[in-house]
Design a protein around this ligand. Sequence first.
Ligand code: ZN
Length: 164
Amino acid sequence: MLGLTGRSSDRQKPNPVVAKANKRLASRFYQLRTGHFLTGQYLAWTTRRPDATCWWCQYSIQTREHLFKNCPQWRCQQKTLWTTVLKETTKLPGPTRRRDRTSIAELLADERCSQAVLQFLTTTDIGRTSGPPVAEDEGRGQRGLGVGSAGPGGAGLGEGDGGD
Ligand SMILES: [Zn+2]
């Protein structure tokens, strides 16, 4: 009975690597893990942005996956990240993590990769802001005439995000 019951608490215990990081960084990391991360996808879902477009490269859906693997804005950092991840996971016991076969969920759950992920967050603006202000009046206003709808005007939904 004693001692044989594995480590069921592993999941809840704070990640030691992340615990050593500064608070802001750590909080970005945990947001990333829970999915409450400032991606276009998440912000569109919370209605803080009108759509999920990546504000760095205009790709149609900005997801964690996109930011960690594909967004051209962060190409160098992505390269460093995945090179480090591959190196670390090859060196240490456990499955080897390669960019093309590793989901972001797997990456984040793997403590061997945490340092590299934190480094990645430090060197990018990913998850730091909710993007540039949305230019709402581009398509409207100027046309004037006819389109007399008062419009919802986005009121009510913008319950501040405490920017920074
Ligand atoms: Zn992008």
